[in-house]
Structure formats: C-alpha cells, structure tokens
Write a protein that binds this ligand. Structure first.
Ligand code: PLP
Length: 429
C-alpha cells in the first residue's frame, strides 16, 4: 500500500488526507492513487520488458473509464470479456489491435463487434464457440484471429470460485483434446489459429503454477505449429496475486522469471492480462461508522459500506485489511500484522446496512473502540470492488475519486435515487 500511508495518525492517499475526501465527496467512497496504478503497471512492463509483451489490462477488475484511459496512456492494451467492456476499451481510446476478447459465452453480436473493431485476438474456450466465431467471421469475409484457451489441469491454487485451471471448471478446452480441436480447423476459411491462451485463476501467490502452465503451453505451441497453424501469440492471462494481509505477494519479476524462458523457446509474442496486480492495491474503500452494537456476545461495527459496494468478503471469503482512518494514540498507527494481538483492540465484525447476514467486510477483526462518525478504510479494494458493485437494497453505488499528488478528481459521481430507477417503466401509466 505504498501510496496510502499515515501521517500524524491520519491516512493519506499520496498527498491528500482521506478525511478531506470523505468530507467533500461523502462515503462510502472509493479512492485510487494514480501513482500506484501507473507504478504497478510499470512494474509488470519492466519485469517482462525482455519479451516486449502486449500487456492487456483486464477491464473486468476495474472498468472505470478514467482508469482505462490511464492504462491506455501508459501503453497498456485491454483484455475484455464482454461487448460492454469492449465499448469501454474503445471509449478509453484503445485501438482494436491492442484488445484481446475473452469470455466463455460470447454472443454472435459480440463476435461481430470484436471483428469490426479489429481485436487482435479472441480467446476461444470451446469447440462450439470456435465454430460460431468461424461462421460469423466467414459471413463478414474475414478471418478471426484465435488463441485456443486451454485448461492445463493444474492442482488447486486459489479459492474454488476463482480457480480456472483445475479439471471440471467451465473454462477453456481440455488439454487432452485441444490438439484434436486445433486439427479440425486447419485451413478453416473463417479462423486463423494464431495463439495459445491460459488463465490459471486468481489471486496466485506462487510462481510455479505459471512455470507448469507455461511448460504445457510450449508443448501445445509446437503441436499446433506441426499441424500448420501459424502460432504467434502466447497469452499467459492474469492472476498475479497481491498482498491483502501482509507482504505475501510476489513481485512481477518472480513471474517473469518462469514465463520468459517459455516465451523465448516459442518465439511467440507474449500477452499478459493483469487486473488485480495493477489496481487491487491502488484503491481503498472509505466508509463511516453509523452505529456500534453488541449482541450475542459479539461486537459489531455498522458502517455505511456494504456487500453491494464490496462483495469479495461475502463471495470469496476474501480478507481485506480494515483500520481507522484516524487511529488514536493508544493503538499502533498501522499494525504490521493485523491478525495478531494488537493492544487496546477487541475483536469486532465490520458489517454494512444491507439486509443479509452475509453482509460484512471483515469478521472477528481486532479493532480499537469505534464511535459513530469515525472513518474506516478497507484496503486492497481497487480490484473487483466497484467493478462488482450493485444497487442491492436500492443503495446508490459509491463515488470514485482519483488522487494524483495533491489533486483529486471525481471519476465517477455518486449515484442518485433517480439513477436507480432510471431504466424502469411504470406499468400503471
Ligand atoms: C479475470 C481474468 C483476468 C484478470 O485476472 P487478475 O487476477 O485480475 O489479474 C485475466 N484473464 C482472464 C481470461 C480473466 O478471466
């Protein structure tokens, strides 16, 4: 959390005090650091520089247009998983030649949209999709550039809901049969199989799954080439883990160390699709304590951010650090290990106003006594936070602010009640 730090017991994002932002923009509020966003992207660009890769920022991790624009301005391409994300990448100024189209269920309309805009690669995940894409491309008189997404069947490596490379998940083509699938489309008039794609899952905190995956990818590149396919891209997906608890994550260089040799062996252009690594620790969610409460022998902090703002704890049992924006003098400003005993704290559940027992940001967390009006920061919330936010309980989605040095800009205004009902019709009129 380099660009989020405490000064005199006040949390800052770069050179802006968080209370100032909460006052001006209200809570709950997502706050992003531009320096962190760009720095994380650059860490990947630097680590993999030897391969001159196409870094395709995963739009689904945080789709805000300003963030996409920042990515484009710093040389990133885009990984999109839907027509809507393609629209965002193009609106952010990207050319199709830097966009890879992923997703297990692309519609014909999405395929056409991608082909019309010249995306450089479609990650294809099934035989049915391959044939549908071939037909759409043929009808348009073009050839669709395809990377076959393979499920390399590796041991479990992250949460079951986000592990995409164990046998039996919906993703990718089976590694046992993908060579036959590739053979069946040699010379297809609407398809150019030009790549191998693999996305192992997320977040991944070790390099060896990438080493094992890349080794399998190299074999597939060779097999497809032997069939006559002109394989030019090796797409190793995203999934690089980040530190949510302490310093458990690896630097990008550790992944480069195991991926680059495979790329070199194939002579392919490397494609990467990082999302979380870029934006996860570049954003926090700021909320305000509404009430505190004790019931059933447990202590609750009820604050104004909820599962509709950040669903990761509910959905994936994810761990996010939570700590006061203004910690008082009797507690450490920033405890090294927030899961160990911390003086003058007591275990509390941090929950939101939504009517679900599953509505929580943290459980049994050591926190100091909090009072109505206190500000809390939920850290590592930049990825899959706002991107997964909803209007559940008819809550307005939060505002988003981008901090650059001493300046701050609203990059998404807080929704209004009118926004919430804007798409609905009145059946009595
Ligand atoms: C979600 C996803 C990514 C991004 O994953 P991160 O963990 O955010 O890096 C990349 N590629 C594909 C195909 C994905 O589904």
């Amino acid at each position: 959390m380099d660009h989020f730090a405490y000064r005199d017991r006040t949390l800052f994002c770069e050179d802006v005090a968080i209370p100032e932002l909460a006052e001006k923009y209200g809570t709950p509020l997502y706050v992003y650091s531009e320096a962190a966003l760009v720095g994380n992207l650059q860490e990947i660009q630097t680590a993999f520089a030897a391969a001159d890769p196409i870094i395709a920022y995963s739009v689904k991790s945080n789709a805000n247009l300003s963030i996409c624009k920042l990515m484009a301005a710093h040389g990133s391409g885009f990984d999109v998983t839907s027509g809507g994300e393609l629209f965002r990448a193009l609106t952010a100024g990207s050319k199709g030649s830097k966009i890879v189209f992923a997703g297990v269920g692309k519609s014909d309309a999405e395929m056409r949209h991608g082909l019309e805009n010249g995306v450089f690669l479609f990650n294809v995940e099934s035989e049915a999709e391959l044939h549908a894409l071939g037909a759409v491309a043929q009808a348009m008189g073009v050839k669709a550039p395809v990377a076959l997404r393979v499920n390399p069947d590796l041991p479990p490596k992250t949460h079951a809901k986000t592990d995409t490379s164990v046998k039996g998940v919906k993703f990718g083509l089976d590694i046992e049969t993908v060579v036959d699938v590739a053979k069946s489309v040699v010379g297809h008039p609407g398809l150019a199989v030009v790549g191998v794609h693999m996305h192992l899952g997320s977040p991944i905190l070790k390099a060896d799954p990438y080493e094992q995956g890349a080794a399998k990818a190299v074999q597939l590149v060779k097999a497809f080439r032997a069939q006559g396919h002109d394989i030019r891209y090796l797409n190793m997906g995203g999934g690089f883990g980040i530190s949510y608890r302490k310093q458990e994550a690896l630097p990008a260089a550790a992944f480069a160390e195991v991926i680059l040799p495979a790329v070199k062996e194939t002579g392919c252009k490397l494609v990467l699709e990082p999302g979380r690594f870029v934006v996860g620790n570049a954003g926090i969610l700021v909320s305000r304590v509404v009430f505190t409460k004790e019931t059933g022998g447990k202590r609750y902090v009820i604050q104004d951010a909820a599962m509709n703002d950040l669903i990761r704890p509910t959905l994936y049992d994810s761990f996010h650090r939570v700590w006061p924006v203004n910690p008082k003098a009797d507690v450490p400003t920033w405890p090294e290990d927030c899961e160990a005993a911390i003086p003058n704290t007591v275990a509390q559940d941090v929950v939101g106003p939504v009517c679900e027992s599953g509505d929580f940001l943290a459980k049994g967390r050591n926190l100091p006594a909090l009072a109505r009006g206190d500000l809390l920061a939920t850290f590592s919330a930049g990825a899959y936070g706002m991107a997964m936010a909803s209007n559940y309980n008819s809550r307005c989605r939060a505002a988003e602010v981008l901090v650059t040095g001493r300046t701050h800009r609203l990059i998404r205004r807080r929704e209004t009640f009118a926004d919430i009902t804007a798409c609905e019709a009145d059946c009595l009129r």
